[in-house]
Write a protein that binds this ligand. Sequence first.
Ligand SMILES: C=C1C[C@]23C[C@@]1(O)CC[C@H]2[C@@]12CC[C@H](O)[C@@](C)(C(=O)O1)[C@H]2[C@@H]3C(=O)O
Ligand code: AKG
Ligand code: FE2
Length: 332
Amino acid sequence: MVVLANPPVVDQIPLLRSPGPADYFSAIPVVDLSSPGAARAVVDACERFGFFKVVNHGVATETMDRAEAEAVRFFAQAQADKDRAGPAYPFGYGSKRIGLNGDMGWLEYLLLAVDSASVSDACAVPSSAAFRNALNEYIAAVRNVATRVLEAMAEGLGIAPVDTLSAMVKEQGSDQVFRVNHYPPCPALQGLGCSATGFGEHTDPQLVSVLRSNGTSGLQIALQDHQPQQWVSVPSDRDAFFVNVGDSLQVLTNGRFRSVKHRVVTNSLKSRVSFIYFAGPQLAQRIAPLPQLLGEGEESLYKEFTWGDYKKAAYKTRLGDNRLSPFEKLAR
Ligand SMILES: C=C1C[C@]23C[C@@]1(O)CC[C@H]2[C@@]12CC[C@H](O)[C@@](C)(C(=O)O1)[C@H]2[C@@H]3C(=O)O
Ligand SMILES: O=C(O)CCC(=O)C(=O)O
Ligand SMILES: [Fe+2]
């Protein structure tokens, strides 16, 4: 058997089949956040895909464009200047290494903590006032979208009060993270039929994550209940947000919503810039099915745990691991 090595430029980064036109999925659910039917549409999308696109969200195009332009300016700096904004852990600039357990991707990024609705003072980067202000304006707006989405979920699920989920992420001391990802093009792989993994397959840990990218596609989601696993490409839309159901929301709904597996495949010619707001609760928040969602005699599928317990375990895992498995009750 002939074993072909990765081209040296992408050494250590797993390769994926390059998506073709047939991989683009036109049936991604679209939720019009301004419509009276939003709550029902959100629940339907979460049950079927754990993923949906949000339009008519009310966030100004200028807010998104300004943050994107500042991010592009940041990543265009010399490598030595960017490295001074590192390391990525606990917060800062990182390149190629994702997490602390050996995952690698064809990307560079900023990982930031959010306090209330802006970049935490504990984060020294970004140091440019223009970038920081642009991010703060964007974060305030995207956080508002996340809370409206969580309220629509509660309404659609018939949970009272309607802020039961959104309050978890709005509370003082909630664990909110913001990530700016830049996937440079990888021309060395052009024409080979394969692409570098930008961000390997995983589920997000929090309740929901809200993503916005420039016009370069690359995000793929795994369709639920498909054997063998089927990856589809999400057509990019720079005017929309994309919402991922995270592991915590899966538990809060006792598996009615399932966290979506997703990944990013790099483009050989165009760079992708994405912003992701991860809406997590306080460390002490108990993550357990909401009593109003448990039917007569229905038991929790999970053991008792807090977000802090989950997080501690999660940061020891590799990206592609099932981070909920230590908390699942064994099937009887
Ligand atoms: C490999 C890892 C990176 C990650 C922490 C982890 O150990 C497992 C979860 C990963 C993830 C995925 C979604 C987000 O991008 C992220 C910030 C998160 O909350 O969980 C990352 C973590 C990370 O990059 O530190
Ligand atoms: O950059 C993207 O488009 C998605 C990245 C992602 O899934 C993550 O940062 O958790
Ligand atoms: Fe993710």
